[in-house]
Ligand binder design. Structure first.
Ligand code: 13P
Ligand code: SF4
Length: 301
């Protein structure tokens, strides 16, 4: 309680805004001005008039906020909160792949580094990938998709597009196994399965709906269904419960915890506001080159 009060006071004094991803710890989500998915957080970063953004998520998300709002100070309370999937491809590797397919359009999932985004034509999130590929790239013959093989496989499945796929993956989502979901379905036969597109195909095949984290929050509110098996990182269950008190949520797998998302605590948020740490910096030329594909992503909100 005391920590939360200190954070609120200092946030006001510094004209700061706190953005938190849906996978953050419950107390972090609760102190945030806005909780959402990668797309929603990018939109908030674009429209805030705060001087400082305290980004409670992983590094690529804070970097994206910096690219969108270069004039603002963007802080991440733990500089080691990275996304292993984003680090599965670097700019050199992407340039080498592009050299093999010189006429291909290049799409990156937002879970990628700023230097990788700077090499791409389009950036998408799990919330708008299908729409973007269908609309913007419908006539393209060759499309490179990096770094998530499972999101790429899902996009390819739905759009019928053949993609050149980088073999990255989310170490948290691949821990959700079909047998975990099957067991939960056996225990809760009335429940609907909602899964994130970062889940491998055998898990997606058991799902009723494939949704981004914000898509899950929206869907659960709208539908009459009362019970859900949630196949994504477990942090989201806090928000789902809070927004839907009459509904019940079962973890798709108890192993689905992203250690990087959990690095951020109230203490670290307070230190971040006190010491203005850790400032996220992106070289100016990378900002300019990455901005085009991020602007396209924001248009497909
Ligand atoms: P969302 O954009 O759906 O919130 O997903 C981000 C992420 O890191 C999923 O692992
Ligand atoms: Fe990256 Fe996976 Fe963690 Fe999302 S859940 S931040 S994709 S490691």
């Amino acid at each position: 309680m005391e920590l939360a009060e200190k954070i609120k006071k200092l946030k006001k004094k510094r004209n700061a805004v706190i953005l938190a991803h849906n996978y953050q710890l419950p107390e972090v989500q609760d102190i945030a001005d806005f909780a959402g998915d990668s797309l929603g957080l990018s939109i908030e970063a674009a429209k805030t008039d705060a001087d400082i953004i305290v980004f409670c998520g992983v590094y690529f998300m804070a970097e994206t906020a910096k690219i969108i709002s270069p004039e603002k100070t963007v802080l991440i309370p733990d500089k080691d909160a990275g996304c292993p999937m984003a680090d599965m491809i670097n700019a050199d590797q992407l340039r080498a792949l592009k050299a093999q397919h010189p006429s291909a359009k290049v799409v990156c999932y937002v879970n990628s580094t700023a230097e990788v985004k700077a090499e791409c034509d389009l950036c998408c999130t799990s919330g708008n990938a299908i729409k973007m590929i269908r609309d913007v790239l419908k006539d393209e013959k060759e499309i490179i998709f990096v770094p998530d093989q499972h999101l790429a496989d899902y996009v390819s499945e739905v759009t019928g597009k053949d993609l050149i796929i980088w073999k990255g993956f989310c170490p948290t989502h691949v821990k959700i196994l079909p047998e975990h979901i099957a067991e939960q379905k056996r225990l809760h036969p009335e429940a609907e399965v909602i899964a994130h597109p970062e889940c491998p195909r055998p898990v997606r095949a058991l799902a009723d709906k494939i949704l981004s984290t914000e898509g899950m929050c929206r869907y659960v509110k709208e539908t009459k269904t009362k019970e859900f098996i949630v196949a994504t990182e477990l942090g989201i269950i806090h928000r789902l419960k809070k927004e839907n008190p009459g509904k019940v949520f079962y973890p798709g797998s108890r192993h689905a915890i992203c250690p990087n998302m959990k690095r951020i605590s109230l203490e670290k948020i307070l230190w971040s506001l006190e010491d203005l740490t850790y400032e996220v910096k992106v070289p100016e030329d990378t900002i300019i080159r990455a901005r085009t594909c991020i602007d396209r992503m924001l248009k497909y909100a």
